[in-house]
Design a protein around this ligand. Structure first.
Ligand SMILES: [Zn+2]
Ligand SMILES: [Zn+2]
Length: 222
């Protein structure tokens, strides 16, 4: 048995006041990743739109409200990486509610409300090696790339199909690390509701700066 106080765990800070407490190691968890987040209004969880091919993720909202952009493959249960139909949307999860993302489902969460968001993020199995970023490979067109640490803290987005190692371009205005988001709301809005089908062999996304909002013309350095 392992027991810990959340406040006893060292805080990892992200962006503007986002506080993450990783409880996985403190609890010696073998098969489950556990993180507690505090996210001020206007800020988000530390990742842009991403999926795990090898992990399911559950968010339990304890306080405030979390808003997730979602990009979900249709068809086979569990997410088919070769899916040709996607559904893009947005879902709000209030305090007292929880949401599960299956392997292969893309999501990115933020605090779009006015109160602080407090949430538990659970992932199983504990470690994920198949992280997917919904950007097409510029060399072969494969539908997603995997982030990999390069030298000197540099990240490369590696194509699992042709092994091209793409260097992401920083924000043209402020140099920050860019994030992937859904194509803008106007383009994804449908008359029937807040989600719509996205045809094609890869999701429709854009690359934006989380700090200044600048949009990238191209996601990669040439
Ligand atoms: Zn490729
Ligand atoms: Zn910027």
């Amino acid at each position: 048995m392992e027991r810990t106080a959340i406040d006893a765990v060292e805080s990892a800070a992200f962006g503007d006041g986002v506080d993450r407490r990783g409880l996985t190691d403190a609890l010696d968890a073998e098969h489950l990743a556990v993180n507690r987040y505090r996210v001020p209004p206007g800020e988000g969880f530390p990742s842009g739109l991403h999926a795990h091919g090898d992990q399911e993720e559950v968010f339990v909202v304890l306080d405030g409200e979390a808003t997730f952009e979602t990009l979900v493959p249709r068809g086979e249960a569990g997410g088919d990486p070769g899916a040709t139909e996607w559904e893009a949307g947005e879902v709000a999860v209030a305090a007292g509610e929880a949401i599960r993302f299956a392997p292969g489902e893309y999501q990115s969460g933020r605090n779009a409300g006015e109160a602080e968001l407090v949430a538990l993020a659970l992932g199983a199995p504990r470690d994920s090696e198949d992280v997917r970023i919904p950007l097409a490979c510029p060399e072969c067109g494969h539908g997603y790339l995997r982030p990999e640490a390069g030298g000197a803290g540099d990240v490369r987005l590696v194509c699992p199909d042709c092994d091209a190692r793409n260097a992401p371009e920083g924000c043209p205005d402020c140099g920050s690390e860019m994030r992937v988001a859904l194509a803008d709301a106007e383009r994804r809005e449908s008359p029937s509701g807040d989600s719509r089908e996205v045809a094609g062999d890869r999701p429709e996304t854009r690359v934006v700066c989380p700090y200044c909002g600048a949009e990238a013309a191209t996601p990669f350095r040439s």
